[in-house]
Design a protein around this ligand. Structure first.
Ligand SMILES: O=C(O)CCC(=O)C(=O)O
Length: 268
């Protein structure tokens, strides 16, 4: 596979971000953008236990660390358990004692943990109203398989590290994406833990973009870009992501129309 490192930038103005990344639909890691977030010094299992421990949460469970555990069966393949947030936090403090892997995925901050909104600040690059803001908490070994979203995305790392791999939308065929008419058209059936190259031979040569996201860094994942995310820290790993509709106009540019056309061939 052909590897490209995702670049890092700091102090980008909105205009620079627009011109260099949003319009050309190019990923970038932004550094120094979370320095004023109270979350950076406050958030962790102790803080969440003492402030929100009584709350019930629905946590995804997997035998092998993939969420969903069998991407070929679609998103519904993930199992869930209901538990006290306190108990979940205690579990991921000692992941070596667990025989399964657990992941609190995309919990809406405004709906589930509105108190925590005071600890973060929406990136200045989001100009559209009401982005979807989610909290993700897990520990080492969680894998979100290859998929794309229908929004532009900032994935902001608060504690722990995540390895993120991205593929351009034009790589859909090499990722064996299902037909766009399928319910799971945005999920690739490739098992990234153990790819079956006899079935998915084109995946071998697919060009990809990679970064290891460190605390305090925010990754811009452009609209329709395929991504998979692997939590690599053993300790509790906390991220916030923002899905927002920032890139509709660029998709009507020449390059955007070409990519939409390639996506429309997906799975044919
Ligand atoms: O952090 C993760 O595990 C997945 C994040 C993701 O897929 C997203 O932000 O769209």
């Amino acid at each position: 596979m052909n590897r490209n490192e995702i670049g890092r930038r700091s102090n980008l103005s909105y205009e620079q971000f627009l011109k260099e990344y949003l319009i050309p639909s190019k990923p970038v890691v932004l550094t120094g953008v979370m320095e004023d977030w109270p979350a950076m010094s406050k958030w962790g299992t102790d803080y969440f236990k003492s402030t929100l421990g009584n709350q019930k949460v629905k946590v995804a469970v997997s035998e092998n660390g993939m969420f969903p555990s069998k991407p070929e069966l679609g998103w519904q393949a993930t199992d869930y358990e209901q538990m006290d947030f306190y108990d979940y936090l205690s579990m991921i403090e000692n992941p070596e004692k667990l025989n399964k892997i657990y992941y609190l995925q995309h919990k809406s901050l405004p709906d589930v943990f509105p108190e925590l909104l005071n600890d973060i600040q929406s990136p200045i690059y989001i100009k559209s109203p009401n982005p979807t803001i989610n909290l993700w908490i897990g520990s080492g070994g969680n894998i979100t398989p290859i998929h794309y979203d229908f929004s532009s995305n900032f994935l902001a790392q608060v504690t722990g590290k995540k390895k993120v791999i991205l593929f351009e939308p034009s790589q859909s065929r090499n990722l064996y994406a299902l037909s766009v008419r399928s319910k799971n058209a945005n999920l690739s059936p490739i098992n990234t833990l153990n790819p079956d190259f006899s079935k998915h031979s084109k995946y071998k040569d697919v060009p990809y973009y990679e970064c290891t996201l460190e605390p305090g860094e925010m990754l811009f994942i452009p609209l329709f870009w395929w991504h998979w995310v692997n939590t690599i820290s053993r300790e509790a790993t906390i991220s916030v992501n923002y899905w927002w509709n920032g890139a509709i106009k660029p998709w009507f540019s020449k390059q955007g129309i070409k990519t939409l056309y390639l996506l429309s061939l997906q799975g044919k």
